[in-house]
Design a protein around this ligand. Structure first.
Ligand SMILES: NC(=O)c1ccc[n+]([C@@H]2O[C@H](COP(=O)([O-])OP(=O)(O)OC[C@H]3O[C@@H](n4cnc5c(N)ncnc54)[C@H](OP(=O)(O)O)[C@@H]3O)[C@@H](O)[C@H]2O)c1
Length: 332
C-alpha cells in the first residue's frame, strides 16, 4: 500500500461526525470531509479549513475520486444499513482502510463476509470502531488473565442521551431480538433476564441486549459464550414512530461533560476462575470520536492488520493508551 497519510471522513456533518472532525483537527490529522448535503458540507469545510467532496453514498466514481489520495476512511454516516456496504465496497476498490462507528450487528457481519477481499486489497476493515474500541480492549485485557476463557459477560452503562442517528440505528439492533453466543454459535437468548452490574460505586440492573460483542469480542478472543447487558432500553423501543424529523440532534457539549460511561466485564475460565474489570470512560458521544480517531491515527502510522478485524483483534488492550481520560480497574 502506498503511504498516503490522509484521512477521509464521510458523514462529517452529522452530530457525531462533527465531533470526530473536531478531534481530528485537534490532533492535526490531515483530512478531508465528505457527505451528501452540499450546503452543510461546504459550511463545515469553511469552518475547519479542510477540503471537501459532496456525493451520495451510492456514487461509485465520486468515491474513487475522494479516496484516491487517502489512507483511511471513517464512515460516520449512519444508520449503517444504508451506507456500510457502499462505503466498504469503495474502500475495497480503492485499497483504502475502512473504519466506521456502527453499533449495528449486520454491518459487523458484512465486514466479516469481506475478509478475503480485504486481505486481497491489503486493507484493514473494522466496522464498530466507536465505543467498541474500549469495550473490546477491556475484554482483550481480561481474556489474557485466565487460561481457557469460556464465558464472557459485559455490562454497559451509557450516559448522555442519544443522537438522532443512534436512535434510528438502534431500531436495526432491536429488530434482531436479544442475541447471545452459545457454544460458538449466535442464537436468540432463550431466557433473557436482567442482571446487576457494578459500575464503580453504582450498582445498576441491566437489560439483556446484543451490543455487538457476540461478533466483535468473539473475533478478538474466540470466547464461545458471550452475553451482553445495557443500562437502558434501546431508544427505538420507546419511540415506535421513527423519522429523522421528530428526533433530537443529540446532547449538548455541557450535557456530554456532565457524566461518565462505564463498562464492566467478567470472564470465567474453564477451570472456574473468574476475572473482572471496570472501565470508567467519558460519556458516549465524547468516547466514540476519541476512539475512532485513535484507531485512524494508528493506521496513519502504519499500524494495522489486513482483513476483517475487530478493534481488539487489531489493537488488543494497548489502544487504551491512545484514548484520553479512561480508568481501568481490575476487580477480581
Ligand atoms: N457505537 C458508537 O460508538 C456510536 C456512537 C455515536 C454514533 N454512532 C452511530 O453513528 C451513526 C451516526 O450517528 P450521528 O449521531 O452522527 O447521527 P446524525 O446526526 O443523524 O448524522 C448522520 C449522518 O449520516 C448521514 N447519512 C445518513 N444516512 C445517509 C445515507 N443514506 N447516505 C449518505 N449519508 C447519510 C447524514 O447526512 P444528512 O445530514 O445529509 O442526512 C448525517 O451526516 C449512527 O448510526 C449511530 O448509531 C455509533
Amino acid at each position: 500500500m502506498t503511504q498516503k497519510k490522509k484521512m477521509l471522513l464521510y458523514g462529517a456533518t452529522g452530530y457525531t461526525g462533527k465531533i470526530i472532525a473536531a478531534r481530528a483537527r485537534e490532533l492535526n490529522i490531515d483530512f478531508e470531509i465528505a457527505g451528501r448535503d452540499k450546503s452543510k458540507i461546504r459550511s463545515l469545510s469553511n469552518e475547519l479549513n479542510v477540503g471537501y467532496h459532496v456525493f451520495e453514498v451510492h456514487d461509485k466514481s465520486s468515491w474513487q475520486i475522494a479516496l484516491a489520495d487517502k489512507q483511511v476512511l471513517i464512515n460516520a454516516a449512519g444508520p449503517y444499513a444504508s451506507t456500510a456496504r457502499q462505503a466498504m465496497e469503495a474502500c475495497l476498490k480503492a485499497a483504502v482502510h475502512y473504519l466506521d462507528i456502527s453499533a449495528e450487528l449486520e454491518s459487523y457481519l458484512l465486514a466479516e463476509s469481506f475478509d478475503d477481499r480485504a486481505k486481497a486489497a491489503g486493507i484493514q476493515l473494522i466496522s464498530g470502531a466507536g465505543f467498541f474500541v474500549s469495550y473490546d480492549a477491556i475484554v482483550a485485557h481480561l481474556s489474557k488473565l485466565v487460561i481457557e476463557p469460556e464465558y464472557l459477560s459485559v455490562g454497559f452503562r451509557h450516559y448522555g442521551g442519544f443522537s438522532k442517528g443512534s436512535i434510528l440505528s438502534s431500531k436495526n439492533i432491536a429488530d434482531l431480538g436479544i442475541l447471545v453466543r452459545k457454544n460458538g454459535v449466535i442464537i436468540k437468548n432463550p431466557d433473557p433476564r436482567s442482571r446487576i452490574f457494578s459500575f464503580g460505586d453504582e450498582d445498576v440492573a441491566c437489560i439483556p441486549t446484543s451490543l455487538g460483542g457476540i461478533i466483535l469480542s468473539y473475533k478478538t478472543t474466540g470466547i464461545p459464550n458471550i452475553e451482553e447487558y445495557f443500562s437502558l432500553k434501546l431508544p427505538a423501543m420507546d419511540l415506535p414512530e421513527l423519522t429523522s424529523e421528530n428526533l433530537p440532534d443529540g446532547p449538548t457539549k455541557e450535557e456530554r461533560a456532565a457524566g461518565r460511561n462505564g463498562i464492566t466485564a467478567e470472564i470465567i475460565g474453564r477451570d472456574g476462575e473468574v476475572v473482572k474489570a471496570y472501565l470508567d470512560t467519558p460519556s458516549g458521544y465524547e468516547l466514540t470520536p476519541l476512539s475512532v480517531i485513535a484507531v485512524a491515527n494508528r493506521i496513519l502510522s502504519d499500524d494495522f492488520k489486513i482483513g476483517y478485524q475487530s478493534p481488539g483483534s487489531a489493537y488488543g488492550e494497548y489502544i487504551l493508551n491512545d484514548i484520553p481520560d479512561l480508568k481501568l480497574i481490575d476487580l477480581a
